[in-house]
Each structure stands twice: as C-alpha cells, then as structure tokens.
Design a protein around this ligand. Structure first.
Ligand code: GLA
Length: 661
C-alpha cells in the first residue's frame, strides 16, 4: 500500500496531531472543530490511549464516543489516523491478568498506574490486543474519516518474565537449531555457563556480574522479532477488515529496542516521533538525523513525522521550550527530508493527568497565544506544499547503521564506556550535515554503490558478508571511512583472530590493527597533524595504506593513527582514535573533497540548511532553512511556495521552499 493513498486522500501533505478528546467536553469539541479549521489541520490521530473507555470491561465495547468523534471530525474535514490503544492496557486488564504485567530484570513485577505496562509475550495481552484491533477494524475499517491505521504507540517496553523466558527459548531454538550450536555461539565453555537443557536458559535477568554477551545480544534480537510479530498480528487483524494503510509510530534513535530496518519492511508507511534533546541548532541537527534515518528505513521513499512537540526539548532533568519559529523550522526540516507532513503530540494541552505540562498545539493559554499563532502559520505553510507529495530525496553520502552493531556495543565487558553507538552515529551525521549534505543511512550489507562516501562509525560488529560488501564497495570506487574499534566481532560476537578488522576489510584498508589501547577518561593523545584523539587509541601497522597522521608520544609514538589506502578504484580510510571536533570535521571535509562531493545547493553559508526533493516527473524543490541570526542573500532568486512570491534572500531564522529551475 502506498503513502500516496494518504496524501491523495488529504489533498496534500498532512498537518495535525494526536487528538485525545476524551479529556474534554462538548463545548471544547466545538471549539476544536473551529480551531482545527483555522490551523488547517487535516489529520488527527485518535484513540491512542482510549482502551479503558473503549472496552470498559473484558469483551464489552463502548464505541459511542468514538463514533461521535469520527463523525464529527469527518464533518469538519479532518481525516483520522485511528490508533489501536494497546500501549496502555486498562486497570481491569492487569488485575484480571497479573501475569501480563511487565517484569524488570531484577524480578520486580510492575503494576498499572502509568502506561506501557504490559508484556508483549503474555498470551493474555496478545489475545486482548488482537481482539480490540479486530473490533476497531470491523467497526471503522470503511469509515469515511479513516485515512490511516496507527497500531499501538511506540513499542518500548522490555520484559523479563516467565512468558518471556518461554518465548525466548523458542526463538533461540529456531536461531541456533541445537544447544551445541548455542553453547558454541555464546562461548559458554568459559565461566561454567554450558547449558544442557533449553529450560535452563532465562532472559538476561539481573546477575552477579557481567552477563554472557551473546546471551544479551540474542535477547535484543529476540525482543525485536517478538515486537514485530505483535505488530504483524494487529496489522493483519486490521487488514482483514480494512484496506487503509497501516503504520506504527517508531521512536528513533535509541529509545526503541527494535531493528528499524525490519520494521520498515513491514509497515505500509514508516512513521516516527521526534523530540530533540538539545535546543537551538543542535535540535535542528537532531531533527535532520532522525528524519534521514526515517527516510532510510522507509527505503528512501516518503514517510511521516507522526509526533513532535510544539515546545518540547527533553534536556536531561528538564524540558526546555523551543525558540520562536522552531515549529515551522522543525516541521520543514522533516518535510525537506521526505516526511509527507508534520504532526504533533498533542492537539490540546491536557488540563490534568500525566502529561499536563507537555506542550501542545493549543496550549493552556488557549488560541490567543504565540504557540497557537505559530501552529496556525505552520499549518498554512504546510498547506501550500501539496505539490511536494510523493517526491523523494536522494543522497550521495551514507552513514552505516545496523541494529546488531548497536546492540553489540551495549553488552557487558567492553573495554571502554565511551563506545556509545548513537553518539558516534550522530557525530558522523553532524559532520556531514554541517557540510551542507543530505545523508542516507545504510546497512553494511546493502548495495552501497550509489554513495560516493560512506562513514562507518561504531561498527564493532560486522558480519563476514558485511566485511566483504565493504571491501567490494571500496574496490568498485567508493570512499569508506572505518572508525576505531570497527569490524572487531562477527554476528556471534566472536572476536576476529589474527588482527583486526575482519580480513576482507583489512585488505581494502591496507592496515592491520594489533592492539587496542583505550584511553583514560579525559586523557588526550596528540597526533602529528595537530589534531588530538581521546577515549581510544590503537596500535596498528600499514599493509599498503599510507599513514596520514601518527601518534606522537608514549608506546604509540610514530604509529599510524589515520590511514588511507588506494584499493581497486576506491579508497579505504581508517581512523583509530576519536578525533577532536575540529579534526573530525576537517577529516570528513577532506574525504568529501577527495570524493568530489558538493552540497546539493552550493553557495550557501554554513548554518543554512538546504535539501532537495525530487518528483518522478523531473520537478524538484529546494527546502531552505536559515539557522543564522542574519539574513542570507540567495545566489538565484526563486519562486517560494511558502509566500507565493519570488524570494532573493532568507531572513534570519527564515525558511523558503523554492521550485527548482
Ligand atoms: C511519546 C508518546 C506520546 C507522548 C510524547 C511526549 O512520543 O508517543 O504519547 O507521551 O512521547 O513527548
């Protein structure tokens, strides 16, 4: 099923958000209709947290309210993204099925009173989830308001209960085939961990010290597969009654324990929720990171920003506001990268309950507020972008992403606490974003030939097939940068023997790493090119590569730190430490220059984002976002869809969507 069906149905890009009218009364609903019209809302996500009202007791449904809301929204011209409410089971459910409650690794069984408190492997939960999904689909599958199905909400909860143990064992049998194979894969010959019966294997509950790493990694894989199975059950129950596209809102990057490539293949359209963790330009860079990932998980095609906050920046122990203008800038950052619209959580700020202080499209202050005025302006802007629907975004550079590699960096017993996966990916993406480029993410086993430059940070785990694929990519003319501690273990977390990284890749890089030398916290190591490394260093020798920078003191004095190898028709670069910011930016710049990669829209200063969407018929649009505090003249004036006129300069903080000539 195609996302085009959604945008055709909406007559353009989507604008709106989560709508939870059960919190309000008829007076407010009336005002909602009027305010949604003013804000140009055309899509509302309904029912995410409605289970307790929809099914007040087991098997008895009360659809009256939902009937009325769907009819009302339809009459108001707002299409509905109908959610299955399974992320928040009602109190009666958990009292009737205590075995369906989440169990923490330490054995604590949680209770209801919050949300997301369920175990996906519990048969009672799965039955109940399928049942309500089917009941909703049967009733609303053909409703004229219905444009999209929204299964669940951010599958996030992990569980370690006995149901999980049983399901985990079934999964392990399928993956390994025999206990012998499992014992071999996990390396249980050490620490007396040898298993002689499947029943002896538990989920990785709290243990005395390090867990077996293979056990931890397999649990993560299992959980992702189990989640996908739970999603499929609901999706298929819906499809039996409805032909509308089905999605589930994914949370990227590191909050959700899922293989997002696998989810991308199972949903009719990829949708994500995005909440930045830092204000200002960092928030914009994070939006680009998440949006580029979403597009990549969608196979490069259109996708949808399902949730964002009108004024929500999760910064550690507080929630910071967004800056004036961010509502439009952040919406456009996603749309630029292929989102078919911009949706928010939530429409009206709650007066009571757990998310009273979460920002919304209609704040507590009501429509006479800066936020609602910005929402209205953003709605009007998105309404002018209808012609972008169905267009896509291409990239010449990619950052590798693999869930196995991510999870592998979270196992116990690694030599440094500074091997975080997503920080390394963010940094690589940021260097490319700062260089004015649109970035794809790609799996190490994907066909990479369309990319001129591929960055491979934090690729600790790399399969034989992945290593061979990267070797071939370089041989065929690609430019690859493998970063420290990459290509170290295979998919079973078995270390590569005879020198790192994995052999085919050593050939492409022309190096052999002999020893890892993690640095102390805060320690720095100087390099001969004037840059410094931190957190990590390695003893390596070149085997055909040229050393571009060397370590300058200690045991590694004179040893290569950064290398480049001409291999086949491409170049394999290797960086054995974590470079300081300026050094890393300069290195990425050098790779881009040597590979002749230019920003999509040259001539713009750093701080102005420019992304191009292309339609299959040759039309194209440049989305421009000025993050600077000063106006920026445009080399070529163009027709701006946002204003309907010709623009020759971008005001400070301003945006434009130009028809490409
Ligand atoms: C998530 C959820 C929403 C809401 C927001 C708050 O994205 O899906 O229900 O809780 O977080 O940021």
């Amino acid at each position: 099923m195609d996302i085009r069906r959604l945008t055709d149905r909406l007559g353009g890009l989507a604008f709106g958000g989560d709508y939870n009218p059960e919190q309000w009364d008829a007076e407010v609903w009336k005002e909602d209709d009027e305010l949604m019209r003013r804000a140009r809302v055309n899509l509302a996500t309904v029912g995410v947290f409605s289970w307790a009202l929809l099914e007040p007791e087991e098997g008895r449904y009360d659809f009256d309210r939902l009937d009325a809301h769907l009819d009302r929204l339809h009459a108001a011209g707002v299409a509905v993204d109908l959610a299955t409410p399974t992320a928040s089971p009602p109190p009666w459910f958990t009292l009737a099925h205590p075995d369906a409650l989440t169990v923490r690794p330490d054995g604590t069984r949680l209770t209801h009173g919050s949300r997301d408190t369920y175990c996906l492997t519990s048969p009672a939960y799965r039955r109940a989830a399928r049942r309500i999904a089917a009941a909703l689909a049967e009733r609303y599958g053909d409703h004229p308001a219905l444009a999209l199905w929204h299964v669940h909400n951010e599958y996030v909860t992990l569980c370690f209960c006995d149901h999980t143990a049983a399901a985990f064992r079934v999964w392990l049998r399928t993956r390994h085939g025999s206990l012998d194979a499992l014992n071999e894969a996990w390396g249980t010959a050490f620490w007396s961990q040898h298993y002689t019966a499947w029943e002896q294997i538990l989920p990785p509950r709290t243990s005395q010290w390090h867990h077996n790493p293979g056990h931890l990694l397999d649990y993560r894989r299992f959980w992702s597969d189990e989640t996908l199975a739970a999603y499929r059950e609901q999706r298929d129950a819906i499809r039996a009654h409805s032909d509308r596209p089905v999605t589930t809102n994914l949370m990227v990057p590191d909050y959700q324990n899922l293989d997002l490539w696998a989810f991308g293949r199972e949903v009719d359209l990829v949708s994500i929720d995005h909440y930045p963790g830092a204000p200002g330009v960092d928030a914009a860079a994070q939006a680009a990171f998440d949006a580029d990932r979403a597009r990549s998980f969608a196979g490069g095609g259109p996708w949808l920003l399902m949730e964002s906050g009108t004024s929500t920046v999760y910064a550690g122990d507080r929630v910071l506001p967004k800056e004036p203008g961010d509502i439009l800038r952040h919406s456009l950052a996603h749309i630029a990268r292929g989102s078919e619209g911009a949706l928010f959580f939530q429409w009206r700020q709650s007066r009571a309950g757990a998310e009273t202080w979460h920002s919304a499209m209609v704040p507590h202050a009501g429509p006479d507020s800066r936020i609602f005025r910005e929402v209205t302006a953003a709605g009007a802007a998105v309404a002018r972008l209808g012609e972008l629907a169905g267009s896509t975004v291409g990239a010449e550079v990619a950052v590798l992403h693999d869930s196995d590699a991510w999870w592998a960096t979270t196992v116990d017993g690694l030599p440094s606490a500074e091997l975080g996966y997503h920080p390394a990916l963010r940094r690589a993406h940021r260097a490319l974003w700062d260089a004015g480029l649109t970035v794809d993410f790609a799996h190490p086993e994907h066909d990479l030939n369309r990319y001129r430059v591929v960055l491979a940070p934090a690729l600790f785990l790399l399969t034989d097939a992945g290593a061979e694929n990267l070797r071939r990519y370089v041989a065929d003319g690609g430019t690859l940068l493998l970063q420290h501690f990459g290509g170290i273990v295979d998919e079973r977390l078995h270390a590569r023997l005879g020198g790192y990284p994995a052999a085919p890749l050593r050939e492409a890089l022309g190096i052999r790493v002999e020893e890892h030398r993690p640095l102390a916290q805060g320690e720095e190591i100087a390099l001969s090119d004037g840059s410094t490394g931190s957190s990590w260093s390695e003893s390596l020798r070149t085997e055909g590569a040229e050393a571009l920078a060397a370590y300058t003191h200690g045991m590694l004095d004179g040893s290569p730190a950064l290398t480049r190898h001409a291999f086949g028709s491409g170049h394999g670069w290797y960086l054995s430490t974590r470079l300081d910011d300026a050094g890393y930016t300069a290195l990425v710049g050098r790779l881009l220059t040597e590979a002749r990669v230019l920003p999509g829209l040259p001539g713009l200063p750093a701080g102005v984002e420019a992304v191009t969407r292309h339609a299959p018929d040759g039309r194209a649009w440049h989305v421009l976002i000025n993050h600077l505090d000063e106006p920026v003249p445009l080399a070529r004036p163009g027709h701006d869809l946002l204003t309907g006129g010709t623009v020759s300069r971008l005001p400070a903080g301003g945006c434009a969507v130009l028809r490409a000539l």
